[in-house]
Design a protein around this ligand. Sequence first.
Ligand code: HEM
Length: 522
Amino acid sequence: MWDDQFHLNVSSYTSLLRIALPSALCAVLLVRAALPKKSTKPPLPPGPKPLPIVGNALDIPIDKPSKKYAQWAKEYNSDIVHLGAFGNHFIILHNLEDVEELYERRAATYSDRPPIHTLELVGFGYNVAFMRAGARWKLRRQYAQQAMRAEAVRELRPLQEKSMNEMLIGLLETPHRFEEHHHRLIISLPLGLMYNYTPSLLRDPAVDAAVESFEVGMKVISPEGSMANVFPSLRHVPWTWTQRLANETQRLGRIMKRGPLSKVQDDVSKGAGSSSLLGQMMEKKGLMGLGPDEEDAWFDVAHTMQAGGSHMTISAAQTFFYLIATHPDVQAKAQKELDNVLGSHPRLPNLDDRPSLPYIEAIYREVLRWAPSAPMGAPRVAPEEEVYKGFLIPKGSIIMANIWSITHDERRYTDPLSFNPDRFFDEEGRLNGDDRVLAYGFGRRLCVGRYLASNTLWLMMATILASFSIRPKTDAEGREIPIDDDFEEGGFITQKTPFQCDITPRSAEWRDVLENIKTSEL
Ligand code: HEM
């Protein structure tokens, strides 16, 4: 009995222990979890206070992110700002010194892009700018650099000048469609170089679909654009907004490629493949074969130039029209310089005139400073945890350089919000040394299309300022209709919202010059 009692007691004691011990352990763990932790890690950079569970998910700015991040940088008195949501960390840099340190001096670490879970869904897998660092990206970057190095771009001058003339004809005949005319000018260059394809003067599917597919696709792939970027499994859910936009982007992508690709095939079948880079590549394939990824790499580069790269230039061209229409003083000063250099008998400027037209150079620099096409650059990823300037950068953080903030930094530019090309001149009236266009990005991922963009934009600015006057539209009583100052910013790119302006030849003499171009070109 004693034994029984003993056994009973021992077994109930053991059962008691079995229940009590884990409960006590849980209680201890809960209390420890509730107590403030003593972390040995340095702090994250400052930023808006996160909410429980969702963190800063509700703070991530959807509209004009660069301005919101810049405001936080001021508010928290820190050039480095942090936001966190669902285990993701976003580090935003606002100072050129930090961007140069991380993206350039530590390029071996900071040249990768973060994974974008909706990239393939929208059919943007070809886009070199969004590729993860690695062999696939390296080969494409190498081909893109080869196609768009300074000397190769110099050889594009005849095509550039021809496309420019066609734009002038477009502006003379249908000035209200100026947006379409600059889209065509800009996209016609990669179309000519890569596919030997000439778009029709108005409404060419290879131009229109390239513009549209990029606009729609960017809405999906930007971090704030779709929940599938945060929760990748949502990509596969049918009938969602994301799926609808992705289908549309893919459809437009097919249209954008169709005409140019069949032109290359046609050229190759006629033995005229040498007239484009893709044609040359296909001829080489026929003669001696190509490496496994070579053919795909060339196609990827061509599509990237047609859609993504061109869109950045389009954004800058649209900003130019807006700024010139709203700054008659800048327009008058530019035209005075052009008249002095081009002489009393009007002639169109060309790229040889560039060194003699410093004010046009300053306009080019100022347009890209005032509204950098990709105000937040393109994101990078931190491969390892590290401590920078006393702040923790967790492994996998998405790093963004706020280019808008840097080009509006009062420490670098006085009155940064005003459009003032004169800021690029020194006291002796010469162009100053501030010739690095930060809008093109940094380090190993620096824009490969910058020489092409620079030549095209400069030529467009000089030619249009020389031959046309751009003013806000007037109403029936002749009063100017003010142009709003709205810009759309989201999905990495900024773009002036549509507006109207009057674009007319500067004089009867200039009208004659333009009419002559029309007769000789058509
Ligand atoms: C005003 C015009 C342009 C601007 C402001 C611009 C800006 C940029 C920026 C900010 C980047 C990311 C750089 C970084 O990560 O630091 C970039 C990358 C790139 N751009 Fe441009 N771009 C322009 C025109 C073009 C053109 C005309 C092309 C080609 C036709 C082009 C092709 C590319 C490519 C292929 C990349 C990807 C580079 C890489 O990730 O390795 N861009 N551009």
